[in-house]
Design a binder for this molecule. Structure first.
Ligand code: ADP
Ligand code: ZN
Length: 517
């Protein structure tokens, strides 16, 4: 395909295709229906831009991110390509120019926000123009159950049927469920030619740590990376401000960022991060979509992300230039409780909730993993990896012990109190502490009372957290977060299975040894 190679060099300025790009470009250029799943930063946009130039007629590109669309259009125009965008941010003149170029037949790429499809007139106009292909960026936005759902994406299927042209869909979200939804909603259930690019980002070092004075843990992590650009993700807006201040007091250059800030302030923070070297942004998940900074050297999570996909996407912002990058994700029992209750108290229907619990479980499994994190993470994306040599568990193997007896004691305390209590009270029972509440409920009479004195209070907290991480117990929102046993715990209770627990997080929680950060 000499034409493609020439365009690659002349228009885009690249000498070679990146891994996987060429096959996708060929299939899309040939007019096949295509679903391409590539990790963020993998170079998706080239896979529809280049075919658009190879084919006659106009390619419509649907994208949810107005800022990114405008960036891409500007870059294409600078490279001499006739491209335009129809978005809510347009001036009337810009919109007129786009329609004119479309009617004159000079336009090659027409970017559109999905909302545009809601106006019947737009589809009518497109029908009269020489549209020969549809490209859909961030195709997972069609998934009703995903966090980026855009209702107007559901109209894309109709657009494809109306125009009768091939469609190429692109996303970085790889789970089978989302893939299936894309196939149903964008391709009417007829499987497109699918490309699944490698999800491994071998230059990113993966590490998790149980929370133990989390602010200090983040400060320690940042201290050894002074002068590097980094992102700290926090679970709440309030926390971003406090942590940014603490980082500044420690001599870093740091900003906070969250969805509650004025749009102008957010833009200023984004622009500074993009431009400056060595700036830390302490942010909620509102920060990142659309940030295209190749040399982010580290990403830390001060709180557990909400799912394994969110984790992958957030750490994936580091090291896009391929140079080594570091990550650290902190997690604690409170995070698990919070994430569970967010799912339980959300508006999603029951079948969706169980899928969300499963995605959270996948992340907790990664957090409590006993062997190579990358093997675990890639396994989630159906990829295999032996051991990576670039994660905390490859650096220092987990120190485990047979936790079966401890888990059984904890389960016994839960069941004998009829699943009505939280970890604090259960720990009092296990330690044999006669609090008012213990006395009032006659829990001193339980056979479990005082049977757990071999561990400290903090160690029991770590055991309960690991049990939550293995989904052996779950807080019940209808019982004020009381811990209840799951079916997964039954084999352990019945002596049919054993379980290993991590000793290091137990000693860390006991204050004996600080976790390595
Ligand atoms: P994605 O949409 O998959 O996150 P982009 O399409 O924005 O990724 O591409 C990510 C970066 O990779 C961009 O800076 C782009 O210019 C660069 N890129 C894409 N293809 C190539 C290539 N063949 N050679 C070198 N750089 C490339
Ligand atoms: Zn590893």
């Amino acid at each position: 395909m000499t034409g493609a190679a020439t365009l690659l060099k002349d228009v885009f300025g690249f000498d070679d295709f990146r891994l996987g790009q060429q096959e996708i470009v060929e299939a899309v250029t040939a007019g096949e229906n295509v679903l391409a799943i590539m990790p963020t930063g993998g170079g998706k946009s080239l896979c529809f831009q280049l075919p658009a130039l190879m084919r006659e007629g106009v390619t419509v590109v649907i994208s949810p991110l107005i800022a990114l669309m405008r960036d891409q259009v500007r870059a294409l125009q600078e490279a001499g390509v006739v491209a335009g965008a129809l978005t809510s941010g347009n001036t009337p003149e810009e919109t007129d120019a786009v329609w004119e170029a479309l009617e004159a037949g000079t336009l090659k790429l027409l970017y559109m926000a999905p909302e545009r499809l809601a106006a019947g007139s737009a589809i009518g106009m497109l029908k009269r123009a020489n549209i020969t292909m549809i490209a859909v960026d961030e195709a997972h936005c069609v998934s009703q159950w995903g966090h980026d759902f855009r209702p107007d994406y559901l109209r894309i299927g109709e657009l494809r049927r109306t125009l009768g042209v091939p469609l190429a869909a692109f996303t970085a979200t790889a789970d089978a469920e989302t893939r299936d939804e894309i196939m149903q909603k964008l391709f009417d259930g007829t499987p497109p030619r699918s490309f699944l690019q490698g999800f491994d980002r071998p230059n990113i070092h993966l590490a998790f740590s149980a929370k133990n004075k989390p602010r200090d843990q983040i400060l320690t992590f940042a201290a050894s990376r002074k002068g590097q650009s980094g992102i700290v993700y926090c679970g709440t807006r309030a926390k971003t401000e406090g942590l940014a201040r603490a980082l500044r007091e420690a001599g870093h250059s740091a900003l906070h960022y969250h969805g509650g800030m004025e749009a102008d302030d957010r833009r200023i923070a984004e622009a500074r991060f993009q431009r400056e070297d060595g700036l830390i942004v302490v942010a909620t998940v509102a920060f990142g979509m659309g940030i295209d900074k190749p040399d982010i050297r580290w990403v830390a999570h001060a709180d557990l992300p909400k799912s394994i996909e969110a984790y992958y996407q957030e750490i994936g912002r580091a090291g896009r230039d391929g140079a080594p990058a570091e990550t650290l994700t902190l997690f604690g029992a409170d995070d698990i409780r919070l994430r569970r209750s967010q799912i339980d108290e959300g508006l999603a229907p029951p079948e969706r909730r169980s899928a969300d619990h499963a995605r959270l479980n996948a992340l907790l499994g990664l957090a409590e993993a006993l062997e190579c994190r990358r093997t675990n993470l890639l396994g989630y994306f159906d990829e295999t990896e032996i051991t990576c040599g670039n994660c905390d568990l490859c650096d220092t193997p987990a120190d485990v012990f047979d936790g079966t007896t401890a888990v059984r004691k904890a389960l016994s305390a839960i069941l004998r109190t009829e699943e009505w209590f939280g970890a604090g009270h259960l720990t009092d029972i296990l330690l044999g502490v006669e609090t008012d509440k213990v006395r009032a409920r006659n829990h001193t009479d339980l056979p479990t009372f005082g049977v757990g004195k071999e561990y400290t209070r903090n160690q029991w907290q770590a055991i309960f957290r690991q049990m939550m991480g293995h989904d052996l117990i779950r807080p019940d929102p209808e019982r004020h977060g009381a811990l209840r046993m799951t079916d997964a715990a039954r084999p352990i209770l019945r002596d049919e299975a054993t379980i290993n627990l991590r000793r290091d997080s137990i000693t860390a929680a006991g204050g004996v040894r600080r976790p390595a950060v």
